[in-house]
Write a protein that binds this ligand. Sequence first.
Ligand SMILES: Cc1cc2nc3c(=O)[nH]c(=O)nc-3n(C[C@H](O)[C@H](O)[C@H](O)COP(=O)(O)OP(=O)(O)OC[C@H]3O[C@@H](n4cnc5c(N)ncnc54)[C@H](O)[C@@H]3O)c2cc1C
Length: 471
Amino acid sequence: MNAESAIAGHALAYDVVVVGGGNAALCAAIAARRAGASVIVLEAASKFYRGGNTRHTRNMRCAHDAATATLSGPYTEDEFWDDLLRVTEGETNEQLARMMIRESKDMLDWIAEQGVRFQPSLGGTLSLGRTNSFFLGGGRAMLNALYLTAERLGVDVLYDAEVIALDIRDDRFQAATVQQPDGRIRVRGEALIAASGGFESNIDKLVEGWGEIARNFLIRGTPNNRGTVLDMLLAAGVDSIGDPTQCHAVAIDARAPKYDGGIITRLDCVVFGIVVNNKCERFYDEGEDAWPKRYAIWGRLVATQPDQIAYIIFDAKSANLFMPSLYPPIKAGSIGELAATLGLDPEKLTETVKQFNASVRDGDFNPDILDDCHTENLTPPKSHWARRIDTGPYYAYPVRPGITFTYFGVRVDHEARLTMKAGGPAANMYAAGEIMAGNVLGRGYAAGIGMTIGSVFGRIAGHGAARHAAQ
Ligand SMILES: Cc1cc2nc3c(=O)[nH]c(=O)nc-3n(C[C@H](O)[C@H](O)[C@H](O)COP(=O)(O)OP(=O)(O)OC[C@H]3O[C@@H](n4cnc5c(N)ncnc54)[C@H](O)[C@@H]3O)c2cc1C
């Protein structure tokens, strides 16, 4: 029975109710359906915009013992764990994280069995060709494959279906109230899988953690991840995990739209120039480490600057060394003219660049290694790739914090079952993806792990929910 006929017949009762329509939701729905359950996916977005942040993704990080047709070498479980431990600085649940990494090995084949195709990584993608599997056609193609498979298996999908209330009694899910364009419906289920993303698009909720500065943040993905289902679960006694200010945030073009700018507004040219705030002052070592290890700190750095804006300044020597943003850089014949165009103080910016240029010690410039081009007697220093900004035309990109996704969420166990504040697992409620990312990611980020969390916990949740429904 498809969803429309179910509604017409007022028979909206399923074994498994999945809230959300991204990677985590689809992996959960497919796994539950393959395990024999009747499944409905409730997606707040319209069909065209289905799939939340997953639409914007390019790759996922999975452990593997040998090179494959699309991965350039092995990436062992131990190496994955070491990387996770380093980026989170130990803020992770070791048992869950190791379990996720172990399961990720199986994921590459499983995802491919659901119709998703991979390709070798392209240039300009943070040098991830050994560790991360890239989706052929990107996240949207990946999603299309998952939806097609889910539908072929008989999963019902409702679009424009925002869950606005959950009926939970004695730690047990009963039904979801769904707002549709033409009214409300109630969907009963034997089990619930919450896969409704983080709360990054809810600016008021970001303000609760960050203060008023969050109003200047841009949100890189869907406007639909507002954390409403998360709030409903916490209100029903589910335990939380994580810090509300921890998230993945990068520096993105300040001219990007408030929501959904996606990957093409990210700026990877910090290492080639200097970054100043609106007082024309530098505030961090732009050449501290290789860009793949540092790109995810710049959103947070810009967030702490006045008015949450900064400017990457570089010259003609660097103009073609990186993947550009969707928007062209702002260009001028002199640093003073550039400053005036940006609304900055021309004298101050000229002085900052002069000081920087005077501190540069020449070396062998090489963007592929930690080279020896650095500054001396400058605070903050630029430790690598320091070259004088002296060759016109001069360029600038204005940048703001771009929030990718939040980490604060619901606590789960190794079966992806929600954990209740009062102790013990919920009777029939599971979670996967961003909504529970904080169980693995207390802070920091390793590229591609968002999709690993969704796929691995999605599949586990799907199996668990189907098993529960069958009892
Ligand atoms: C620009 C960008 C690039 C990224 N690139 C990568 C990458 O290459 N690799 C990687 O691993 N990660 C990447 N990420 C992070 C990645 O997108 C997420 O970690 C992952 O997609 C999360 O999957 P999810 O299913 O949990 O959430 P989402 O894919 O965001 O799905 C959440 C779904 O829940 C729905 N929803 C929300 N509230 C409700 C409600 N009340 N009722 C019904 N439905 C609701 C939304 O409409 C949405 O469909 C990127 C993120 C962005 C923004």
